[in-house]
Design a binder for this molecule. Structure first.
Ligand code: SF4
Ligand code: FES
Length: 246
């Protein structure tokens, strides 16, 4: 495949960015999107040009670090996949592809396609855990949990913290992410002990860091690579209301 890439280049957080056009040739349809960028970077390095900075780690859809806005969609045109799992066969020979970083004030651009997502870490640091006394592992069957609740908690725990929900939202809302993290604990007995404090501090941190509110557009759910359900947002709102009132 021969393609034209229009890629956001930005020297550092303070510099102004701009799109730069790069032609790439003979790309296999079986290449992943990141492998295609690797090929382009090798060509840039051979020409003594600065390679394009982009985030990635596992390349298996697990770590959530690959964060590219491709042709106007977080993680590109395929559904329920991360950028690292997107393949070039989803595009056509001759296509022009526009590649941008996540666009949201709480995720400032560091360089090119790299953004600082430490705001998510701060939210997790403020309640996204359970406190346990160290010691021997408890017998797994001591606390029985219904299949329905275990499944819901597991579905919420599938969130990989990629930030696509924020990038997709016109309000840069982090509510799908935070609600998944609140829900994965709130649904289980082990998480209920600190549930009230957790939801209050995580929501407060989310607000302090500049994420917007949910206005029920559901772009977050539509673009989430892990199919996190918006019903988690409703659960978080209920948890928050109860924690404030009772
Ligand atoms: S809810 Fe989905 S889109 Fe948002 S951070 Fe988690 S996995 Fe990514
Ligand atoms: S590189 Fe880890 S999810 Fe894409």
């Amino acid at each position: 495949m021969d393609l034209t890439l229009k890629i956001w280049r930005q020297k550092d957080a303070k510099s102004k960015g701009r799109f730069v056009t790069y032609p790439v040739k003979n790309i296999s349809p079986n290449c992943s999107f990141l492998e295609m960028l690797d090929i382009l970077n090798e060509q840039l390095i051979q020409k003594n040009e600065e390679p394009i900075a982009f985030d990635h780690d596992c390349r298996e859809g697990i770590c959530g670090t690959c964060s590219l806005y491709i042709n106007g969609r977080p993680h590109g045109p395929d559904d329920a996949v991360t950028t690292c799992q997107l393949h070039m066969r989803k595009f056509r020979d001759g296509d022009t592809i526009i590649v941008e970083p996540w666009r949201a004030r709480p995720f400032p651009v560091i360089k090119d396609l790299l953004v600082d997502r430490s705001a998510f870490d701060k939210i997790i640091q403020n309640g996204g855990y359970i406190s346990v006394n160290t010691g021997g592992a408890a017998e797994a069957n001591n606390i029985l949990i219904s299949k329905e609740w275990a499944d819901l908690a597991m579905d919420a725990a599938a969130c990989i913290g990629c930030g696509a929900c924020v990038a997709a939202c016109k309000n840069a809302s982090a509510m799908l992410f935070v609600s998944a993290k609140v829900s994965q604990f709130a649904l289980l007995p082990q998480g209920k002990v600190e549930a009230k404090e957790r939801v209050k501090t995580m929501v407060a941190t989310m607000d302090e860091l500049g994420f917007g509110n949910c206005t029920n557009t559901y772009a977050c759910e539509a673009e989430c690579p892990k199919l996190i359900s918006r019903s988690n947002i409703a659960r978080m709102n209920r948890e928050f209301f109860c924690a404030k009132v009772y």
